[in-house]
Design a protein around this ligand. Structure first.
Ligand SMILES: *Cc1c(COP(=O)(O)O)cnc(C)c1O
Length: 390
C-alpha cells in the first residue's frame, strides 16, 4: 500500500512528512473564527481484500505503535432496546472501552506512532478533556512527553486522568477555542508534534479505524450510523474509513451517517443549513462536543454532503434522558456526548426502516463526567439507619 497526503480542498498532493500539517496553499486563506483551511487527508493506493489486516490500511508501520490495546472495542447487541424500539439489528459500539475510556484513543494511537517513526518525543495539544487525557495515557505507554491545554471548565475526572498519566497540564482561563489558540502558539515556540484535532492529519486517519473494525465485526458496513459531533473529526474519520473500504472494492455502499449535535453547540448543523460557518457562543451538558468553531468543519460538511448523511440536533434534556436510558435499559453508562448519539437515534427512528442495521457510537465512558450524569437521576437524600425506614 502506498500513502500520501491530498488536500481536501484543492486536491494538491504531498508526501507525508512530520512537519506538514495543513496544505500550505489553502492555509494562506485561513480566516479567523472559521474551520481549518487546507485539511490534509491521507490517500491510500493499492490493493486489499476483505481479509485485510488493520495495519495494512494505516500509513505508519506496526512496529511504531505504542503497546496500548486501542480499538477492538465491543459491539453490543442491546436486547431490551432492540425489543423496545423494534429494531432487531440495533448495535452499540462501546468506545468507552478504549484504554483511556474514550474514542480519542484511536487518534492518539496513530499520532503517537507517527511521532515515534519521526523521532519526535514531545506532543502538544488542546482538548475539551478527552483528547488530552487520551494523548496523555497513550503517550505514557509510548514514553512520550505530553503537554495539554484545557478549558478550566473541563470535567475534573478528565484533568485528573491526564495528570495521573504524567502529562503537563495547563488550564486556560476560557473555552476550548482559547485552549486551541494557546496550544498552537506553544507548538510554534516549543516544537514537537502538534496533535490538535483535524490539524494533524493523523487524527482523522486514526479515527477511521472504527469503520474498519465495524466491517470486521459485522461482516459488512451498517446501513445507518449515529455519532455525536463537535469538531467534526470523528464523523470525518468514520466516512474516510468507509470510503477507503469502498475504494478498495471491499464494500459497495457507504452507510448513511447521522451527525448529532447539541442544540447549544450546533455549528455544523447550521453551516449545513445556511451554507456558511458562523461563530456563536456555545453551551451544552455534553462538554466533549462543546466547540464554537468546528476545526474539521469544512472537511466534515463535505463528507456528510457528498455521502448523503445528515446533521440533526438534540436538546440537553434529551441528552440527559438518553444517558440515563442507555444506562438503565442496556447497562451501558456512557458520557453525555456518547448518549447524544442515542438521543439522535430516538429522535429520527420513526423515519428509518426497522430491518436496517443501525450502529450507535458510544464515544466515552460515563465515569468521565459524573456531575452531569447526576442530573439524570436522583441521589438518595438521606442515609437510613435501619431497613424499617424503607
Ligand atoms: C471528541 C468527542 C466527540 C466529538 O468528536 P469531534 O471530532 O469533536 O466531532 C464525541 N464524543 C466524545 C466522548 C468525544 O470525546
Amino acid at each position: 500500500m502506498k500513502f500520501d497526503y491530498i488536500c481536501s480542498e484543492c486536491g494538491r498532493v504531498y508526501d507525508i512528512k512530520a512537519d506538514l500539517m495543513v496544505c500550505p496553499v489553502c492555509a494562506e486563506k485561513q480566516e479567523a473564527d472559521q474551520p481549518l483551511a487546507g485539511v490534509l487527508e491521507v490517500r491510500l493506493t493499492g490493493k486489499a481484500d476483505s481479509s485485510f489486516d488493520l495495519f495494512e490500511l494505516l500509513p505508519v508501520e506496526k512496529e511504531y505503535f505504542p503497546p496500548s490495546p486501542v480499538g477492538n472495542t465491543p459491539l453490543w447487541e442491546p436486547e431490551n432496546l432492540r425489543n423496545r424500539t423494534g429494531f432487531p439489528n440495533l448495535f452499540i459500539k462501546d468506545d468507552g472501552a478504549n484504554p483511556t475510556s474514550s474514542f480519542k484513543d484511536r487518534a492518539s494511537w496513530l499520532v503517537s506512532a507517527f511521532a515515534k517513526k519521526n523521532g519526535i518525543d514531545n506532543i502538544v495539544l488542546a482538548s475539551t478533556g478527552n483528547a488530552g487525557s487520551s494523548m496523555a495515557g497513550i503517550g505514557a505507554a509510548a514514553g512520550q512527553r505530553i503537554t495539554i491545554f484545557l478549558p478550566e471548565t473541563a470535567p475534573p475526572a478528565k484533568i485528573i486522568q491526564a495528570l495521573q498519566y504524567g502529562a503537563d497540564v495547563y488550564k486556560v482561563a476560557g473555552n476550548y477555542d482559547l485552549a486551541y489558540d494557546f496550544s498552537m502558539a506553544y507548538s510554534r515556540k516549543a516544537g514537537g508534534m502538534n496533535r490538535n484535532t483535524a490539524y494533524n492529519p493523523m487524527t482523522i486517519e486514526g479515527k477511521k479505524t472504527v469503520s474498519l473494525e465495524l466491517f470486521k465485526q459485522m461482516g459488512k458496513a451498517p446501513d445507518y450510523l449515529f455519532v455525536s459531533v463537535g469538531d467534526g473529526c470523528i464523523i470525518g474519520g468514520i466516512y474516510k474509513g468507509f470510503e477507503d473500504l469502498k475504494k478498495l472494492g471491499i464494500i459497495d455502499r457507504i452507510p448513511v451517517i447521522f451527525g448529532v449535535q447539541a442544540e447549544g453547540s450546533d455549528a455544523l448543523y447550521r453551516a449545513d443549513r445556511d451554507g456558511r460557518f458562523t461563530n456563536l457562543p456555545t453551551a451544552t451538558v455534553a462538554d466533549s462536543i462543546c466547540v464554537d468553531v468546528p476545526r474539521n468543519g469544512v472537511y466534515a460538511l463535505n463528507k456528510v454532503r457528498s455521502n448523503k448523511g445528515r446533521f440533526i440536533r438534540v436538546s440537553d434534556n434529551q441528552i440527559i434522558a438518553a444517558q440515563a436510558d442507555l444506562s438503565a435499559s442496556a447497562g451501558l453508562f456512557t458520557e453525555p456526548a456518547g448518549a447524544t448519539a442515542w438521543a439522535g437515534f430516538l429522535q429520527v427512528a420513526g423515519e428509518l426502516d426497522k430491518d436496517a442495521s443501525v450502529v450507535i457510537l458510544a464515544t466515552g465512558n460515563g465515569l468521565k463526567d459524573t456531575a452531569t450524569a447526576l442530573k439524570g437521576i436522583r441521589m438518595p437524600e438521606h442515609s437510613i439507619s435501619s431497613i424499617d425506614e424503607i
